[in-house]
Write a protein that binds this ligand. Structure first.
Ligand code: URA
Length: 303
């Protein structure tokens, strides 16, 4: 039976695991059973081999019980340990990505997890496209059109994104499109960090289900949230990052994350069309990675 954790402790553990994941550490084992959940957060450590362990240090005079000794001797697979509550989501084990995405959508429910639910959203904008897409685009959050239609990137920025996708020689239906936050921020303001952190675990789960080969982060909010790093667009663009969705494991043992590229948000390109050439360079890099043939046409200013 998975243990139920206090939500605050769970959040602290998730943040700690994300931190280790970002350092490239994914394998956790339990060195000794910890009786109280509070001890867990305090007891996490990284051993010399770079493996994260739950360290239970014995108090002076405390003897290790045979049960504890056995636990020390036998690393526990992640499924069996306290991280189960974090690592294994309800869609885990559901091989049909359509069904798995439906489970995530149902889990999201009529979400009230952050303030955006009471700031005028009409509906949750989950994501759209090919559930087995090789290429996934992630934007910031729904605008007015998306909020009205319940689909990401259907307004002016969406038209430009469609043109960008078309310029790559593929169609919108072939890719998967989602956002960092699923509810429209009022007045199209930038989503707050807390809103991004509350909502993005659902996106991480969508990514783990779709298992794309490449994720393209559209703009700084998407890039910074997915990569959990703060840098300028100039610094973020022009290279691939190794990306693994945080806090979730894919069903598929053969999918161990993907590449992530950063490019300009289409709304920014609408404001500054001179940057389209730069965005096109980013997309060409993605096409090369995916083995796609570059069509002769580029992202011209008539898009
Ligand atoms: N901008 C975004 O970031 N996402 C959308 O879905 C639409 C506009």
């Amino acid at each position: 039976m998975p243990r139920t954790l206090d939500p605050e402790l769970r959040r602290a553990l998730a943040a700690r695991i994300r931190y280790y994941n970002e350092m490239g550490i994914y394998d956790f084992y339990r060195r000794a059973p910890v009786e109280h959940a509070e001890e867990v957060a305090a007891a996490m450590a990284v051993d010399e081999a770079g493996t994260t362990v739950l360290e239970h240090t014995l108090d002076p005079g405390e003897e290790m019980s045979p049960r504890k000794a056995a636990a020390v001797a036998r690393p526990v697979p992640v499924e069996e340990n306290i991280f189960e509550a974090i690592a294994l989501k309800p869609e885990h084990g559901v091989s049909d990505p359509v069904k798995a995405l439906k489970i995530i959508r149902e889990d999201l429910g009529d979400c009230t997890r952050c303030v955006l639910h009471k700031q005028g959203r009409k509906q949750i904008v989950f994501g759209v496209g090919n559930p087995k897409a090789d290429l996934m685009f992630v934007g910031e959050g729904p605008g007015a059109d998306e909020d009205a239609q319940g689909e990401p990137f259907v307004g002016r920025a969406g038209q430009l994104l469609n043109n960008m996708i078309k310029a790559m020689g593929i169609t919108r239906e072939q890719v998967y499109i989602a956002n960092i936050v699923k509810c429209r921020p009022p007045g199209n303001r930038t989503p707050e960090r807390e809103e991004c952190e509350t909502c993005s675990p659902f996106l991480m789960r969508q990514i783990a289900v779709v298992k794309p080969k490449v994720v393209v982060a559209l703009g700084a909010v998407a890039a910074k949230t997915l990569l959990a790093m703060s840098a300028s667009m100039m610094q973020l663009r022009g290279r691939f990052y190794e990306f693994r969705p945080t806090g979730v494991r894919s069903n598929d043992p053969n999918w161990d994350g993907c590449k992530l590229a950063v490019t300009y948000h289409p709304a920014f390109l609408l404001r500054d069309p001179r940057q389209k050439g730069e965005a096109w360079k980013d997309l060409q890099m993605v096409m090369k990675e995916l083995g796609m043939k570059a069509p002769a046409k580029t992202l011209s200013s008539d898009h």
